[in-house]
Design a protein around this ligand. Structure first.
Ligand code: PMT
Length: 408
C-alpha cells in the first residue's frame, strides 16, 4: 500500500477527483488530498476529508500538527504525486518552478514520480504557452494522462476534458507497479463471471458471479506487465481492457476457449463460477408452462480445471501454473486444501461465499490462498487488493519454477 498525494486544482473536473480518490483506495492505497484555493470553489475539502479520513491540505500556512514544514514531510512520504484535474495555471507554476501554494511547493519538494491529468478549455490547451509547459514537464519525466475529447464545461466540443477517473487511476497504478515483476511478458489466462446453461429458448440456469474477482485479477496481471487473455461469461460489469477478451456463455463454450488459450499460457487463473451441471436436453423453442411442476434433468459439465491439470506440459514442466478457486459455504479452507491435492493444481483460493462481504457480486472478498507450502489468509478487502495478494503468490511460484534446475 502506498501513500499518494492527490492534488486537486480549480477546474470543473474537480468533482471527478472524488472518484479518482475512491479508485486509488479500492486498489489498496492511502490518499492525502491537497487542494488549491480555487479547487475548493468546486468541491468542498470536507468531501475529501470524509473519504480519505485525513485532513485535507489547503494551505502551507495551516498551523502544522507537528514541527515539520508540512510540504517537506509529505514530500518524503508519498510514493506518487497525482494532480487531477491539473489546470493551465498549475501546469505553468510547475513548469516555471513557482511555489506560491502548498501544491506547487510539494511538486518542487518531492522526489516521488509525478502524474498530471490536464483539463481545460480546448483553446487554452492548444495555446503555445501551455504546450510549451507540457513539453518542459514531460522533458523532466512528468507523466501525463491525455485529456479526453467531447463536451467541455464551457459548452465547447473539443479536447481538454479531464480523462475518465478509471483511466487516471489505471495510469497511477501503472506508475506504482512493482518495477520488475516476473509476470512481465508472461501470458496469463484468466476466467471470470458465470456460465449460463440454456434450458430452452427463454430459460437458463446460472449463478450470481458478477465477474468482479476475475476482472480484478486480469487487470492486476496486466498492470504487472503480463499479456492477459480474459475469458468471461455473461456479466453486466464491463471487463478491464486487456490484450484479448473472449466472451462465452455456457460451460462447454468456456471449456473450449480455455483449453485453446491454455496451450500458450504461463499461468491460468480459474476465477469463473463455471456451472457444474447443464441441461441434459435443450429445447429449441420455449417449453410451454403447465399447471404441474417442471422436471429438469441435469448432467455434469466438463471439469475445465481437471482437464488443465491433465495437460502434458503440466507433467513435463509444471506449466502452466494453475490457480483454482473454491466457492464454499463453511469449512472453505479444509475443502480447498483437499481440492488442491485432488485436482493437482498449484494454488486454490478459498472463499466462503456465505461470509458477509465475501464471494459473489460484492466488491470485496475474504480468501485463504492455499498452496503446497503455506496458507495465506487475506482479511476482508477490495477484490483489487485480494487480486494483488493472489498474484504475489503466483510470482513466488513462477520464481521458484524458473529457478528450478531443469530436468536433465
Ligand atoms: O465474480 P464475482 O461476483 O466477483 O464472485 C467471485 C467468485 C465467488 C465467483 C469467485 O471468488 C469464485 O469463488 N470463483 C469460483 C467459483 C466456483 O465455481 O467455485 P467451485 O468450487 O464450484 O469450482 C472450483 C474451481 O473449479 C473453480 O476454479 C472453477 O473455476 C473451476 N471449475 C468449476 C466447474 C467446472 N465445470 N470447471 C471448472 O474448472
Amino acid at each position: 500500500m502506498a501513500l499518494i498525494a492527490l492534488g486537486v486544482t480549480g477546474g470543473i473536473g474537480a468533482y471527478k477527483a472524488v472518484e479518482v480518490c475512491r479508485g486509488l483506495q479500492k486498489a489498496g492505497h492511502d490518499v492525502v488530498a491537497v487542494m488549491t484555493r480555487s479547487a475548493a470553489r468546486f468541491v468542498g475539502p470536507v468531501t475529501f476529508e470524509a473519504i480519505t479520513r485525513r485532513p485535507v491540505i489547503t494551505s502551507q500556512w495551516r498551523p502544522g500538527a507537528n514541527a515539520d514544514i508540512e510540504h517537506i514531510a509529505i514530500a518524503d512520504e508519498i510514493a506518487l504525486l497525482l494532480v487531477a484535474p491539473c489546470t493551465a495555471n498549475t501546469l505553468g507554476k510547475f513548469a516555471s518552478g513557482i511555489a506560491d501554494d502548498f501544491l506547487s511547493s510539494l511538486y518542487l519538494a518531492t522526489r516521488a514520480p509525478v502524474l498530471l491529468a490536464p483539463a481545460m478549455n480546448s483553446n487554452m490547451l492548444a495555446h503555445d504557452a501551455v504546450q510549451q509547459n507540457l513539453r518542459v514537464l514531460t522533458g523532466r519525466g512528468v507523466r501525463m494522462v491525455e485529456p479526453g475529447e467531447g463536451y467541455l464545461a464551457c459548452g465547447w466540443i473539443g479536447k481538454g476534458r479531464l480523462a475518465e477517473p478509471a483511466e487516471v487511476v489505471s495510469a497511477a497504478l501503472d506508475m506504482l507497479a512493482p518495477p520488475a515483476s516476473i509476470l512481465r511478458g508472461r501470458r496469463v489466462l484468466v476466467t471470470a463471471g458465470p456460465t449460463y446453461e440454456d434450458i430452452d429458448a427463454v430459460r437458463y440456469v446460472g449463478n450470481r458471479s458478477s465477474g468482479r474477482m476475475g476482472f480484478a485479477l486480469a487487470d492486476e496481471a496486466r498492470r504487472r506487465g503480463a499479456t492477459v487473455t480474459l475469458i468471461a461469461g455473461p456479466t453486466s460489469i464491463e471487463p478491464p481492457v486487456v490484450a484479448e477478451t473472449v466472451r462465452v456463455r455456457s460451460a462447454r463454450e468456456m471449456h473450449s476457449a480455455v483449453m485453446a488459450a491454455a496451450q500458450s499460457a504461463d499461468v491460468v487463473i480459474m476465477a469463473a463460477a463455471v456451472a457444474d451441471y447443464t441441461a441434459a436436453t435443450r429445447a429449441e423453442d420455449k417449453i410451454p408452462k403447465s399447471e404441474g411442476p417442471m422436471t429438469l434433468v441435469l448432467e455434469r459439465t466438463p471439469d475445465i480445471l481437471a482437464d488443465l491439470a491433465r495437460l502434458p506440459s503440466r507433467a513435463a514442466s509444471a506449466t502452466p501454473v494453475l490457480v483454482g478457486f473454491a466457492a464454499e459455504t463453511g469449512n472453505a479452507v479444509a475443502k480447498a486444501r483437499a481440492k488442491r491435492t485432488r485436482k493437482n493444481v498449484d494454488l486454490i483460493v478459498a472463499n466462503d461465499v456465505s461470509a458477509p462481504g465475501a464471494g459473489f457480486d460484492v466488491p470485496t472478498n475474504e480468501v485463504t490462498i492455499v498452496s503446497e507450502a503455506r496458507e495465506q489468509h487475506v482479511a476482508l478487502a477490495s477484490k483489487e487488493r485480494v487480486a494483488q495478494a493472489i498474484l504475489d503468490q503466483i510470482e513466488i511460484i513462477l520464481t521458484r519454477t524458473r529457478t528450478a534446475v531443469p530436468a536433465s
